[in-house]
Design a protein around this ligand. Structure first.
Ligand SMILES: Cc1ncc(COP(=O)(O)O)c(C=O)c1O
Length: 390
């Protein structure tokens, strides 16, 4: 019997397959170059340095950052968020965040609350995970709140948050604004020059299409005077100085970078323009609407979707009556070779709000650039079969 085609619908965890150009760039670097960045005057090292500069410029262009040196390379979205939160917050600081956040925001904040006396308040979200702006407004203390931290799009329901409104509230109160763009960068527009975004954190391995082990943090002009480095070490510059250099990006990039991963990310992002983001957004919207239409009438299937399709990235959560989400995911893989994620997706707060915590969370389907309508139809048919077989 021929093996079933693998249908990978877990792009919200990490995108796969990577584009052929990405795979080729990583392989070619490992095979033919292998040099570190910023540490040698020989041609291969200089070549790597040039390519990383190119990547910084491409990311800066994508997010409309004023200066590519403000794009810091990290190792994943969590690493970027840890640098932002641990680097910025001081004992006694007040932070407003939300129930829709990922543990990569909530856990560093919980640690800072327990060990550094940071005060954290979380605004509620509604039954699809959309944050209550009025509650955020009430929680922000003008002149006192240090930071407002918000996810741009939920990794559970895909709902896109009212980022502009909340960023403006933060600015009006004199607070910094941290945007977690893990589920949006590459499939939803974001501009750090249009909105008052102090810090933007994102992985390179999700919608941007780079390899695992890549991430980035944008640091707004002036913020580097308040954002401490959280790791110190070699930068290949000012080696006579015991202290971490103040220059960007070296201030935050101690130790060798993940050059193979960043070379792959460079190949992925080189092709990215605003038009790519718009096309990806439309592609995801079409797939989401197709899946919703296919599953809407199926007995026992409950969908957690925002009322307006224009408020959702390519992430769709559902439950199936009579089944634990883990059972559904295991059956989809074992019987249909369809790979999805089940559980709380590292974001318990939003499950509390949407009513799926007691059921063990949701089954999550998420799309990538290479997801086809046939793959979505296969998932709809398989889920329908599971639901109606109870
Ligand atoms: C909303 C959100 N924030 C942060 C992260 C953490 O990103 P990473 O897995 O690259 O550490 C994720 C990952 O799933 C996420 O969905």
């Amino acid at each position: 019997m021929a093996a079933r085609e693998r249908i990978y619908l877990d792009h919200a965890a990490t995108s796969w397959p990577k584009a052929p150009g990405v795979v080729e760039a990583v392989c070619a670097y490992l095979r033919d170059n292998g040099a570190p960045a910023g540490r040698g005057a020989y041609s291969e090292s200089l070549d790597v340095e040039r390519r990383l500069q190119r990547l910084r410029l491409d990311v800066a262009r994508l997010i409309e950052a004023p200066d590519s040196r403000r794009v810091i390379f990290t190792f994943n979205g969590t690493d970027s968020l840890n640098l932002a939160l641990h680097g910025l917050l001081r004992p006694g600081d007040h932070v407003v965040t939300t129930e829709a956040e990922h543990n990569s925001v909530l856990r560093p904040l919980a640690w800072l609350a327990a060990h550094r006396g940071v005060i954290v308040e979380r605004a509620a979200c509604d039954e699809v995970g959309r944050v209550d702006v009025d509650q955020v407004r009430r929680m922000i203390r003008p002149g006192h709140t240090r930071l407002v931290a918000l996810v741009q799009a939920s990794n559970v329901t895909g709902v896109v948050q009212p980022v502009a409104e909340i960023a403006q509230l933060a600015r009006a109160a004199g607070a910094d604004f941290l945007l977690d763009a893990a589920q949006s960068l590459g499939q939803w527009p974001v501009s750090v020059s249009e909105l008052p975004i102090s810090l933007l954190a994102a992985p390179g391995h999700k919608s941007l299409g780079g390899p695992l082990g890549t991430g980035l943090l944008y640091v707004a002009p002036g913020l580097e005077t308040r954002l401490e480095s959280t790791r110190q070490g070699g930068t290949g510059t000012r080696s006579e100085d015991d202290h971490q250099p103040d220059e960007l990006p070296e201030r935050y990039e101690a130790g060798n970078l993940n050059v193979p991963g960043l070379i792959g990310l460079g190949a992925a992002v080189a092709e990215f323009t605003a038009a790519t983001v718009a096309a990806t957004r439309q592609h995801h919207r079409d797939l989401t609407q197709r899946a919703i239409a296919g599953l809407a009438g199926v007995r026992g299937v409950r969908l957690f979707v925002p009322p307006a399709p224009q408020q959702q990235v390519g992430v769709l959560s559902l439950t199936v009556d009579g089944y634990d989400p883990q059972e559904v995911a295991a059956t989809l893989d074992a019987v249909f070779h369809i790979q999805v994620r089940a559980g709380l997706h590292c974001a318990a707060g939003i499950h509390r709000a949407i009513g799926s915590l007691a059921m063990g969370g949701t089954v999550r389907l998420s799309w990538g650039q290479q997801t086809t309508t046939e793959m979505v139809d296969a998932a709809v048919a398989a889920i329908s079969e599971v639901a109606t077989s109870v």
